[in-house]
Design a protein around this ligand. Structure first.
Ligand code: ZN
Length: 439
């Protein structure tokens, strides 16, 4: 269901250069640059702009005040690889075929970086985690792919920002660039400098309480590296400006619903993501429509006035940006990473969570249905009154349950695999195991 209440031609006049209702900023000499920032494992509710009162993110909050901010955005998965690929391809996991980490992206998948490179952009990526390294294919479309890690196969944000800033500084000002910066800092283990962790940690904290406190310090640290990136952009600003798209690949659980970490769940704290779009021609505003990050790439391309990507499931949300009363409202689909490709019927992770078979979720009209058929699990929540997902309505609201099952079923029926995925090599499996990832 797609409700679009303005004619399509309106889109043509509501692009990034000439936004409706106000004078254009002036004809650009080149296309706007594009900066995409993805924070790993960053819960939206830990950001001041999204309601946190902990004061962890003054830099993000300042950016949010100057941005179009989507208040209710959802990652497609709580796993890094599938979530990033959906953002960049506009395809759902069942369509791009990457259903867990470290699966090689097929050449058949077209990403936003490929699309922009083919349309005249210089492109570069600066990632901070082993699971996003070039060997797994998210490097496709980037002229430069920077993955200069330490022995633990991750790097802290300051180094990633430094590398990106150096590349940006070297760019000619007569050709637009596209940069992706991935920041790993909020992901365990929490290895930030002590001045960031100490304010939140006391000697009595252990286990999950220690993790929860340390996470605050990790979020504060990752926020602290943002000004360096902003300075690099300011120093090398094209006349058409830089479009910034800032989001996260998933969140993290600290005991909510008895679960921990990410990857195994589609609960709100695992999939709610921040989403900011900032450009000098975009009026800062907040948009409360529920949206999925499958729409990330098509929205960016429309704002850049680039041709759309073909044969994808994501749609542009740009219609809402000049006037947030215009809604692009449709169900938001999510899918847990796959654990048991061999069809094992009883499978539990180390915390006792049943992870057998697929798990899907859909949000529509304020309700959220989550289904894991092989684990025989189903839940229905009214997010408007129960955002903590505590009051399951599967028994008490059969009418809504049947409607939501139909919505989910129609989405799943519409998804077909466009490509083939590749099996992991023994060496990659060993690396992932050492890093603490489930096989
Ligand atoms: Zn991640």
């Amino acid at each position: 269901m797609i409700n679009i209440s303005k004619p399509f031609f309106t889109l043509l006049c509501c692009g990034i250069i000439a936004s409706c209702g106000k004078p254009p900023v002036g004809p650009p000499t080149v296309q706007p640059n594009l900066l995409m920032v993805t924070f790993d494992t960053l819960r939206a509710d830990h950001l001041g702009a999204y309601g946190s009162e902990a004061g962890l993110t003054p830099n993000f909050d300042a950016l949010a005040a100057q941005s179009v901010m989507f208040e209710n955005a959802y990652a497609v998965s709580s796993t890094t690889g599938p979530s990033h690929l959906t953002m960049f391809s506009g395809l759902y996991p069942n369509e791009h075929g990457v259903l867990k980490n470290a699966v090689e992206v097929s050449d058949d998948v077209v990403t936003i970086s490929e699309h922009l490179r083919d349309n005249g952009y210089n492109t570069a990526a600066f990632v901070s985690s082993y699971v996003l390294t070039a060997q797994f294919g998210l490097s496709q479309g980037f002229d430069e792919f920077d993955e200069d890690f330490n022995l633990k196969r991750r790097r802290s944000g300051s180094y990633t920002i430094e590398a990106a800033s150096d590349w940006i500084a070297g760019q000619p000002n007569d050709k637009p660039w596209c940069v992706w910066v991935h920041l790993m800092d909020p992901h365990k283990p929490y290895v930030q400098p002590t001045e960031y962790l100490e304010p939140y940690i006391t000697p009595d904290l252990i286990g999950n309480d220690l993790d929860k406190a340390s996470y605050n310090g990790a979020v504060a640290y990752t926020d602290s590296v943002l000004p360096g990136l902003m300075a690099a952009i300011s120093a090398q600003e094209a006349s058409a400006g830089t479009l910034m798209a800032i989001t996260a690949d998933h969140g993290e659980l600290f005991g909510e619903h008895g679960h921990f970490g990410h990857g195994r769940d589609l609960f709100e704290d695992a999939v709610r993501a921040p989403l900011l779009l900032k450009h000098l021609s975009l009026e800062p505003q907040r948009i409360d429509t529920t949206v999925g990050l499958v729409d990330f790439a098509p929205t960016i391309l429309e704002l850049l006035k680039m041709p759309p990507m073909q044969d994808i499931s994501g749609i542009s949300l740009a219609l809402m940006i000049p006037d947030s009363t215009q809604r692009v409202s449709r169900p938001v689909f999510m899918q847990r990473r796959i654990f048991d490709e061999q069809g094992v019927k009883e499978l539990f992770d180390e915390t006792g969570v049943n992870v057998a078979g697929p798990q899907w979720a859909v949000i529509a009209d304020g309700y959220k249905l989550t289904v894991a058929p092989e684990a025989n699990e189903e839940s229905l929540f009214n997010l408007a009154v129960d955002p903590g997902e505590n009051n399951d309505l599967t028994v008490s609201d059969k009418d809504t349950l049947l409607k939501m099952r139909k919505v989910l079923s129609e989405i799943l029926d519409s998804q077909t695999l466009r490509v083939r995925s590749t099996d992991l090599s023994p060496e990659v499996l060993q690396n992932l195991e050492q890093l603490g990832y489930a096989k």
